[in-house]
Design a protein around this ligand. Structure first.
Ligand code: ATP
Length: 484
């Protein structure tokens, strides 16, 4: 079984040298991602496509490969094919006939051919020859060129015939790391998840910067979102997750800054701190999830005042998007459930925030800050490789317990998202399994029988550990992680 990966058209329109560079990057990225599924995978770059060969003894991996390919930036679409050799047009027909005989019986059909290489026939001739043969020698209702019941898709490349079994829509965009790095300010809500995703899709290594205003639980929640985005769409390249303790900033803002200006001042301190971090790592742009008019700090006047505190480029990919479209997008990329479960943590919500901040007044207010405020918070920032989020959870989870077996009376809670849980439900003989998706767990755990012990389960063991930590933080002791 093979996949033929088609590059996004924007890549194909580039000059030869750029196209080759992008294609090579995509080839490497695909290899890096798929070898995590199985290192027997073979990835081969051709002129305008990349071939992915699934290990012959593991056809069951096809669905996982298809899912992973659908999330790698730079791919227009992927076709899953079976491969045959041929020596004549009739040989093509003879191989197609047994494959499609039953499928087209009682149905209308048409044959579509894409051809590359040197042959003594063209695509239309193959369509007519194969279509004519199938029409005569099967129980098909007949050929119908527009809206047939079945389309027989064939690809011919030199002496190889590929029969297309399914088409998988790609993500589009550019291959990861073909663009320069960005630092995405992530708060765990709908917006910053989507804005981060847009830069991953555009091929920018997207590092994460989080300002902690709400304690350990907020940080755990945001780490879940960042880890999900990286693992699903950007796994080919490692990135950093930087957590900056912002309680000292919030404290000074509450004590020293005029009520109406608090929101704008908080954002300016964030931008200054993020600029320092970006400079340290040679990153040239910040990304935020700000959107025009969404909250008081996001009027044009206020965004302008925010921008004046740094020379660094601030990119706001959602600036003209409607909130509902952002939420819809977050559903598609899988961050909606995380965002729903993260409460508003901003401690600097003033009663009457100004929508028209005046730069000179804001600057005068900021003189009231302790001189070393930003130095202090930057010094205590924690920089981690995003891959270590999973490892860190492992370490911290020793506070809770990870178990391989279920003791009598223990109950398993399957915390996977409902679609995943429905696709492959967990069932263990003589063990009670309850499905409570991770985003409902925090609220529903309190209603469970407290005399019982609960083992949290998810397929990769990251989400279950994060959720276990979260519950331990809240004071529960009757929770463990289940890793069979
Ligand atoms: N605690 C934080 N850490 C890092 N970035 C933040 C934080 N709070 C806000 N931001 C950045 O500022 C942007 C605007 O935040 P704000 O709270 O004004 O709006 P929001 O609509 O609640 O954003 P979101 O939905 O992303 O939480 C966010 O999208 C994010 O990029």
């Amino acid at each position: 079984m093979k996949f033929i990966v088609k590059l996004y058209p924007e890549i194909m329109m580039k000059s030869k040298s750029v196209r080759v560079r992008f294609t090579k990057m995509l080839e490497t990225n695909i290899r890096n991602v798929l070898k995590n599924v199985d290192d027997g995978v073979k990835v081969l770059r051709l002129y305008d496509r990349i071939l992915v060969k699934v290990p012959t003894d593991k056809p069951e991996l096809c669905d996982t490969f298809a899912e992973r390919l659908a999330c790698i930036p730079g791919i227009a679409h992927v076709v899953q094919v079976s491969e045959y050799s041929f020596d004549s047009i009739d040989h093509i027909y003879q191989q197609v006939l047994p494959k499609y005989r039953d499928e087209i019986a009682g149905k209308t059909f048409c044959v579509r051919v894409k051809r590359s290489g040197n042959h003594d026939f063209n695509s239309i001739e193959v369509e007519r020859y194969v279509g004519g043969g199938l029409n005569q020698h099967t129980e098909a209702l007949g050929v119908k060129l527009k809206d047939p019941d079945v389309t027989v898709n064939l690809e011919i490349n030199q002496d190889k015939l590929y029969m297309v079994e399914r088409r998988i829509q790609g993500l589009g965009g550019f291959p990861m790391a073909t663009q320069e790095d960005v630092l995405s300010l992530i708060s765990g809500g709908f917006d910053s998840g989507v804005s981060s995703f847009q830069f991953i899709k555009k091929g920018a290594r997207t590092h994460y910067c989080f300002f902690n205003l709400g304690g350990a639980q907020h940080e755990i929640g945001v780490k879940q979102v960042a880890y999900h985005l990286w693992q699903k769409y950007g796994e080919s390249h490692k990135v950093r997750f930087i957590s900056v303790p912002f309680e000292p900033v919030v404290e000074e803002i509450l004590e020293r800054i005029d009520n109406g200006l608090m929101g704008v001042v908080l954002k300016r301190v964030m931008m200054r701190a993020a600029t320092r971090i970006a400079d340290k790592f040679g990153i040239q742009a910040l990304v935020t999830g700000e959107s025009l008019g969404q909250v008081s700090s996001q009027t044009l006047t206020n965004l302008n005042v925010i921008d004046r505190c740094t020379d660094l480029l601030i990119l706001r990919p959602l600036i003209a998007m409607d909130k509902q479209d952002i939420i819809n997008q977050s559903r598609i990329i899988g961050t909606e459930d995380f965002a729903k479960s993260i409460p508003e943590y901003c401690g600097v919500i003033s009663q009457k925030p100004t929508v028209k901040a005046i730069l000179s007044k804001v600057e005068a207010q900021e003189l009231k800050f302790s001189e070393d405020l930003i130095d202090r918070v930057i010094e205590s920032a924690v920089v981690m490789d995003i891959r270590d989020i999973a490892a860190e959870m492992n370490q911290q989870v020793t506070e809770t317990e990870t178990v391989k077996d279920v003791a009598s009376g223990e109950i398993i809670i399957d915390v996977r998202a409902p679609e995943e849980e429905e696709r492959s439900p967990l069932s263990i003989d003589n063990v009670m399994v309850k499905a409570i998706p991770f985003f409902k767990l925090a609220t529903q755990f309190a209603d469970l029988d407290k005399s019982k012990t609960y083992l949290l389960y998810c397929d990769r063991g990251v989400m279950s550990k994060l959720q276990a930590l979260y519950l331990v933080e809240q004071g529960y002791t009757n929770v463990k992680v289940y890793r069979p």
